[in-house]
Design a protein around this ligand. Structure first.
Ligand code: PHE
Length: 469
């Protein structure tokens, strides 16, 4: 058997994993969750979850991957616990589901890039029509999935790592440039104020749950994406400091995305707080609002800034779709012994097809558009939002909870600590190591367990077991 592909360098691994983490979650989802969840109050809860709960789970995932050198299903099996492979299967399933709709939103972003280049700023007002037009969206989605599959089919060092090394630095330059630009627009500071002053009255059980889901989603955790990437990491890499770097990069980019988006909105609404609140809380936020912001910058400049923004969004999405596709692909390669190229294309086609109902659920097919109304919801949600609810908001925190229990009590802390000590011999991450040790055994299982169980009862059965809502 050919030896397993590996990341060529520590930096390559960090860039690829940060690429997985930084995505639509940071630039599309985070700002509207902030808008809906009380501005800075949401940001604070999100930061707390990211550092306190998610970072240790990330260390655990990478350690499980590197120890076993396998996909999530194989990894749990290889550590000798067949039953726990169910967590791996859940991860692979989440990979299918998340990528199926993620690719659709990525297609919107890419489609908008094209519209910006053409100078069509009216597209902001036509967001509903654009997303409803499944043929156009489907074509962009096909291009996006095809390009993703091409990179993944080339393997880890030749495909994934190379792409990340080009895309991530470019993305960083774009983000910083756009933030500076946005902060210098008229009324920018009103937007910053809204973004950074907390409204604690908005914090409900639901907002806390959303912040947790957002932290897991944004850090690509709970479904084995980092078990998979971890399986390609060399034993010279310090897992704890690498995970800390990835977490920091991801959180910073989300924070910067807010720092760009709220000034943009504030500029457009003339600093009017009420109007800002109105436009910033929904999934269409950036797609509806930003084109008119770019338009008001005037023809040429608007095209440049608008195209830059949506290209940035597409790049961010791209390094994430790559990692989402890599999880089921690695499963097919390791477990089913299918050659990588073939495995990649098979999985990509299946996921694209699973995404079709999501494309159709944006207004073109009625029953998919009003797909389901769960107990406690005041209106029905479309198929795409439903998949998001199940895959991101439920599977990921649940996966994180199970991974932390597995690591501390099944695989056992001794083995876990041995693994993270490799590559960390003469390093300065000792304090973090100590924290991870405590967090993975007590803090993560406890908090993740409580929140996940409470919200599963509430969301799917309408039962509020702790009376928090
Ligand atoms: N972290 C990615 C984002 O924020 C999404 C993602 C989730 C990627 C899970 C891989 C695994 O957009």
């Amino acid at each position: 058997m050919a030896s397993r592909d590996q990341f060529n360098s520590r930096l390559g691994f960090i860039l690829a994993s940060a690429g997985s983490a930084v995505g639509l979650g940071n630039i599309w989802k985070f700002p509207f969750e902030v808008g809906a969840g009380g501005g800075a109050a949401f940001v604070m809860i999100y930061l707390f979850f990211a550092f306190v709960l998610c970072f240790p789970v990330m260390v655990a995932e990478i350690a499980i991957g590197r120890k076993t050198k396998l996909n999530p299903v194989g990894a749990f099996k290889a550590l000798g616990f067949k039953r726990w492979a169910i967590v791996g299967y859940m991860g692979v399933a989440a990979g299918f589901l998340i990528l199926s709709f993620y690719n659709v939103v990525a297609a919107w972003a890419f489609g908008y890039f094209v519209q910006m280049v053409l100078g069509n700023f009216e597209i902001g007002k036509a967001f509903g029509e654009f997303t409803k037009d499944w043929l156009t969206v489907g074509s962009y989605a096909l291009i996006f999935m095809g390009t993703t599959a091409y990179v993944v089919s080339r393997g880890v060092s030749n495909g994934i790592e190379k792409a990340a090394k080009i895309l991530m630095p470019t993305l960083l330059i774009f983000v910083v440039g756009l933030v500076i630009y946005a902060l210098n627009l008229p009324n920018a500071m009103e937007g910053v104020k809204y973004y950074l002053s907390p409204d604690f009255s908005k914090i409900t059980g639901e907002v806390i749950y959303k912040a947790l889901g957002q932290a897991f989603f944004s850090l690509s955790l709970g479904m084995g994406a980092l078990i998979t990437y971890g399986s390609y990491v060399s034993r010279k890499t310090n897992i704890v400091t690498a995970a800390a770097t990835i977490t920091l990069v991801d959180v910073s980019i989300a924070f910067l995305a807010g720092l760009m988006m709220f000034p943009f909105v504030s500029y457009m609404t003339g600093g009017d707080l009420v109007a800002m609140k109105e436009v910033s809380g929904g999934a269409g936020f950036i797609f509806q609002v930003l084109p008119s912001v770019f338009q008001s910058l005037g023809g040429g400049l608007g095209v440049v800034i608008g195209a830059a923004f949506f290209l940035l969004l597409s790049f961010a999405a791209f390094t994430s779709t790559i990692s989402l596709l890599e999880v089921p692909t690695a499963y097919m390669v390791d477990e089913k012994k299918i050659p990588r190229k073939k495995a990649t294309w098979i999985v990509a086609i299946i996921i694209f097809l699973i995404g079709v109902p999501s494309m159709l659920s944006q207004g073109s097919v009625d029953w998919l558009t009003n797909f389901v109304q769960l107990p406690g919801m005041d209106k029905s949600i479309d198929f795409m939002s439903f998949v998001g609810l199940v895959a991101n908001d439920t599977f990921l925190p649940l996966g994180g909870f199970l991974i932390s229990i597995f690591t501390a009590y099944v695989w056992k802390k001794k083995n876990f600590n041995e693994e993270i000590a490799i590559g960390a011999e003469n390093s300065n991450g000792k304090f973090l190591q100590l924290y991870v040790d405590i967090a993975i055994s007590y803090i993560c299982p406890l908090i993740l367990g409580v929140i996940t169980i409470v919200t599963i009862f509430k969301t799917y059965m309408g039962i509020d077991i702790l009376g928090l809502y």
